[in-house]
Ligand binder design. Structure first.
Ligand code: ADE
Length: 229
């Protein structure tokens, strides 16, 4: 298996530092399962003042990220390798779900663009972007946190990243849109609250049935609160 490569372009690369170098995403890199590179947009602004933003034509509030630095960095990266996906994080994109994460996790090279301020010049999207991805119907200050969400969701699916006990196959949503049964650990009773008897029984079949039934209850509840039926 060749290693996956993820490149992220950002005007605020500091925002990405700690999450990419902590926990499972860090371990995936240490294990050689993925290489992640962060590119500072400002390094690709070649004018005297290294300007990356400007006022939108036609007026309106806020600043836009200028096209040139994006063109420079994307063209450089694309001259070095082919990208399966050039993803722009935006609230107008397709809302991320597990099926999309599974699809992205099969890629060899992924390039993620994070906007900031009001957005980016539309010509960057028109020229390079293959997938516009949203992480939900709400607006964040930039695409950095969404990019981190996407990277985490992808990286944990790469074979060999999680160990057996962490296995992604067990997760809620991996088996269609199903929510997992609740979990309990020691102590069996805490502040008068008891872990379900059946989980302590050692009776495998009963435990399986209980988990199945709890999963159904939580899935129904989840569909209702999310207005999916
Ligand atoms: N940028 C700002 N808000 C966003 C969202 N909800 N999803 C993806 N990118 C974004």
């Amino acid at each position: 298996m060749t290693m996956m490569r993820i490149d992220i372009v950002s005007a605020v690369p500091d925002l990405l530092e700690s999450p990419l170098n902590t926990s499972i995403v860090k371990r995936a890199q240490t294990k050689g399962k993925v290489e992640i590179y962060v590119h500072n947009l400002r390094d690709y602004a070649y004018d005297k003042h290294r300007q990356i933003d400007d006022k939108p034509f036609g007026g309106g509030p806020g600043m836009l990220l200028k096209p040139e630095p994006f063109f420079h960095v994307i063209e450089k990266l694309q001259s070095e390798r082919e990208y399966d996906h050039v993803i722009f994080m935006t609230p107008r994109g397709k809302i991320l779900n597990q099926a999309e994460c599974n699809r992205f996790s099969l890629a060899k090279n992924i390039l993620i663009l994070a906007g900031h301020y009001k957005g980016i010049d539309e010509r960057v999207i028109e020229k390079f972007v293959t997938d516009e991805v949203s992480i939900g119907n709400y607006v964040l200050s930039g695409g950095e946190l969404p990019a981190l969400v996407l990277v985490d969701a992808i990286v944990r699916l790469i074979p060999g990243v999680l160990n057996d006990s962490e296995s992604a196959l067990q997760d809620s949503f991996m088996d269609g849109e199903k929510i997992e049964a609740p979990y309990y650990t020691r102590p069996a009773e805490y502040r008068g609250m008891k872990a379900p008897e059946v989980l302590l029984s050692g009776h495998d079949k009963k435990i399986r049935e209980w988990k199945e039934q709890q999963s159904e209850i939580l899935t129904k509840k989840w569909k209702k609160i999310n207005r999916l039926e």
